[in-house]
Design a protein around this ligand. Sequence first.
Ligand code: BGC
Length: 449
Amino acid sequence: MRAMPFLQFPQGFQWGAATASYQIEGAYDEDDRGLSVWDVFSHQPGRVVNAEHGDVACDHYHRYREDVDLMARLGLQTYRFSVAWPRIFPFGYGRVNEKGIDFYQRLVDALLEKNIQPALTLFHWDLPQGLQDLGGWANRDVADRFAEYAALLYERLGDRVSRWITLNEPLIFTQFGYRLGWLAPGISDLKMTAAAVHHAMLAHGKAVQAFRASGRAGEIGITNANTSFEPADDSPETLRATELARDFETRLYHGPVYGKGYPQAVLDYYASEDAPFPIEPGDMEVIASPTDFLGVNLYSRQRVLPDDARGVGYRAAAPTLPLLPMGYEAAPHSLGDFVRWVSKEYGRPKIYITENGVCDNTEPVNGAIDDHLRIELLQGFLAGLHGAIADGADVRAYYEWSLMDNFEWSFGYSKRFGMVWTDFATQARIPKKSAAFYSEVIRRDGLDA
Ligand code: BGC
């Protein structure tokens, strides 16, 4: 008899884990791979903690078979990974590199052999440097180059991959890459940011259209970065500020996909700063090309207050919950809250949680890693998700970020998100306690409340 109520997930719900090319592959100059913006950025002084980079990372390029075996041992039913665009087109366009295609074919075949469904992200931030040299996402042509790259992958991998994600988190790679300069390519320019946002959304739409034109069976969608915004108090000003936060950070990247356009407040703000969105006739229709699912990434919440001194009209309120090593709050209720909100806002789309997880830097003691904080928070996230599904959200899969510790962008290797410990000196993989916890969730299709 079970002592605790059991949170049973719906029949057919899929359990997976996620990674991204630059964060795990290494082999940055092998088999004719071109350079990406991250190769260049991470080797510039002062960009990444401890001057770390992804030259070797988890060496997954050479160890993918063992990594797939590990996934099978954990019981994963699906695996989300990304393709490094510069492995396929070393310069971003023009010459195709067969060795790059071959790697992903071998990876996908290895997954299928183990009955693990591949979910392929076309772009997880490693833009070919050849395209950056032409202006990167700020140059409108990038949208066509992306659609060509996507079409080639549909052709060469579409017989065995049926779940496609166009872009990972346009909010992050545009705002942090072109406005704040904290991520590659490290630019701080509002005009370029507006252009990058619009061209990224346009690239998404064109890649969706190319997928339909390819005639391949399967499904395609976008993955956005999300925060669950909460008003810090009940005043009308704060409620309004919370809607502004949602406009700038959520609706800007979801609205156009669902035919609602860019939020007016955001367009007005950029125009007032002499950085208008470079929208051409027909663009919004392309961006609104129907998708099959919505990919949701979520890690935390943020309380919001009004702030008229800032052009955007809102700011983050002081945290009230314990902070995680990433600097944001440990807020496991945020996943269920956000899923309820986004499901309602966009007419109950089919949702995949394409990323959710916890940074927990617990080190091995006698070869064992007791990452109980990660387990505790995962339990909370999953319980919240279960509640949102019970309330009617159509969530079909959950991908834990991440399979293993990896290169955490400008934090280098100092932040560990893996369920599996990566020993970066020996490349040993050691499943943590959270991996055992997650395997149990998968085996039982749910967890104790
Ligand atoms: C990104 C991942 C990253 C994770 C954890 C997400 O924004 O898609 O690449 O590692 O957050 O910070």
